[in-house]
Write a protein that binds this ligand. Structure first.
Ligand code: FES
Length: 277
């Protein structure tokens, strides 16, 4: 019998498989985790309040609202207005609406997340060697046709995402400067919020600069790196981050939401920031 005649048993239909392990655990956890994040982020972005804490000398801005393009007078806004002049009067405005598209685009088109949410949300397939919906007779078109061909925009989302990391690092730096008790100026200090914002910038940096596009950017255009020591060092660094890209993706996702929660609870007076230095 030739190799092409060999028939392996295939169980078809959604969720059908010969696997005996708990294959559903990972896609199930991803489904719950991403759903919770999307619901919370949408809710927080639509609030339009409790995103900037200005108390006890500290100044903490939620990463969901940074950079703060429009805001109130006492807030670190970029433009001297509460909202853009072109914003429709009938539509409630929140500053987060103008900026979340960048980070959201980066995550949505990320190579890791694509593999994860295709399985978790679309069951296409739910896991390796597990039946998917409409399996029989359907042609797999991959990401070469509309609409999934749009995922190729990922490389362009890398640039704004890298700028966001710089902005959030600056926010973390500013969170280490406290207004003096006599309001005579600023002084260096560390509060719990300073550490929360600093950790957020580091984790998002680890996720962003471990992107496959960053790896291609620093090393993809050359056949050899041994004669370009600076580039080789950058490539080694990015490759190190890239090896744990999934872990960076999840930890940074969870932490950015927790950072918003922390700032929001401070603003609402539910918790108090502890000044360490
Ligand atoms: S591959 Fe995940 S951010 Fe680029």
């Amino acid at each position: 019998m030739s190799g092409s005649d060999l028939q392996l048993p295939q169980l078809r239909g959604l969720g059908k498989t010969s696997r005996t392990d708990a294959w559903w655990l990972q896609p199930g956890a991803i489904l719950l985790g991403l759903t919770a994040f999307i619901v919370y982020t949408t809710w927080a972005a639509l609030q339009g309040q409790n995103y900037f804490y200005d108390g006890g000398g500290a100044h903490y801005l939620s990463p969901f609202y940074s950079p703060l393009l429009f805001g109130q007078e006492n807030e670190p806004r970029v433009f001297a207005a509460t909202h853009p002049s072109w914003w429709p009067a009938w539509l409630p405005f929140s500053p987060a609406m103008l900026i979340l598209i960048g980070p959201a685009g980066m995550r949505f088109t990320c190579y890791y997340y694509r593999g994860a949410y295709y399985k978790a949300f679309w069951g296409d397939p739910p896991a390796c060697a597990v039946g998917e919906p409409g399996f029989r007779g359907r042609r797999y078109r991959g990401e070469r046709k509309f609409p999934l061909v749009m995922q190729n925009a990922h490389r362009y989302f890398f640039y704004p995402a890298a700028i966001f990391v710089l902005i959030l690092s600056y926010d973390a730096f500013k969170a280490m400067w406290f207004t003096r008790a006599d309001a005579s100026g600023s002084e260096f200090g560390i509060g719990v919020g300073s550490l929360v914002l600093a950790a957020n910038a580091i984790l998002l940096g680890g996720y962003t600069f471990g992107c496959h596009c960053a790896r291609h950017l620093v090393g993809g255009g050359r056949d050899t790196l041994s004669d370009a020591p600076v580039r080789r060092s950058c490539y080694t660094c990015v490759s190190w981050l890239n090896r744990k890209h999934m872990a960076w993706a999840w930890v940074s996702l969870i932490w950015v939401a927790l950072t918003d929660v922390y700032v929001r609870l401070l603003c609402a007076g539910v918790i108090t920031d502890f000044r360490i230095i």
